[in-house]
Design a protein. Structure first.
Length: 276
């Protein structure tokens, strides 16, 4: 794990996976989760010649809490991070709750983004709450009317994740990632949920870079209709429907998303770029 000191004095924590000279890909995690998700894709990074950077959002894991959390403000944080890494052009991939942040980066710093991949990404919950899955509908209603219940729910997730972190296999790995993300407390995760359930502070219609939405039609957490709505809102984007696939299966399949996007394979490792 490495920390970047941002211009305003906050820390942004990230981990790197894959060969040092691999083609750069920025991984944006779900909610609540953290940079540990990058480890799920370490094998794909080695196999495909990718240099994956997975970053904690503000207030989660080892990243400092933001004074004014938002999609746009985090996109600017990510611009500082990629500057520090020496990444002039990169692919950004956002899974679940990370999808809106990937779209924000494409909107705000599109000149840096080769392609945006949205894997089972959350939709504009404030604009179309009725189209949301039951978890997001309930969360949104509680954030407005009884935020203390959402806080209690996050505390419970934190406790269960800590207890499950020692379990073997995928379940234990996922619990470990969540436990690390919530180790400093729930404030950052609560900020994150509020951002995702508020009106977005970026305009999707201004995105001018390639965007591919990959979504399962059996997604019980983020219904497929969210991806359909987002694809209509982003000019020239592609929507890939994964038949019979659910939420977790899609967000874990980075190689499949890269293939679906029709991105060319990365350039030779020594080039440290994606081919045009």
């Amino acid at each position: 794990m490495t920390r970047l000191r941002l211009r305003d004095g906050r820390d942004l924590a990230y981990t790197l996976h894959g060969p040092d000279e691999g083609a750069p890909l920025l991984w944006l995690h779900g909610a609540p989760s953290g940079r540990g998700e990058g480890s799920f894709h370490a094998g794909a990074a080695r196999q495909l010649g990718l240099r994956i950077c997975a970053v904690d959002r503000p207030g989660m894991g080892e990243s400092s809490r933001a004074p004014r959390p938002g999609l746009r403000s985090f996109a600017e944080d990510l611009a500082q991070l990629t500057d520090a890494l020496g990444w002039r052009r990169f692919v950004v991939a956002g899974a679940s709750g990370g999808g809106p942040y990937a779209l924000a980066l494409a909107a705000v710093r599109g000149e840096r983004v080769v392609h945006a991949l949205i894997l089972a990404g959350a939709g504009q919950l404030a604009e179309d709450a009725r189209a949301a899955g039951w978890v997001d509908r309930l969360t949104g209603a509680l954030l407005r009317r009884a935020p203390v219940v959402v806080a209690a729910w996050l505390h419970a997730i934190r406790l269960v994740a800590r207890l499950g972190a020692g379990l073997p296999g995928t379940l234990g790995s996922a619990a470990s990632v969540t436990a690390d993300a919530l180790a400093p407390g729930i404030s950052g995760a609560l900020d994150d949920l509020r951002v995702l359930h508020a009106p977005w502070d970026v305009r999707l219609g201004t995105i001018a870079v390639p965007v591919t939405f990959v979504h399962g039609d059996r997604d019980a957490f983020v219904p497929f209709r969210h991806a359909e709505a987002l694809a209509r809102a982003v000019p020239g984007s592609r929507l890939v429907r994964r038949r019979g696939r659910g939420h977790v299966a899609v967000r874990l399949d980075l190689p499949g998303a890269l293939h679906a996007s029709r991105l060319r394979r990365p350039a030779p490792p020594s080039a440290m770029v994606w081919p045009p």
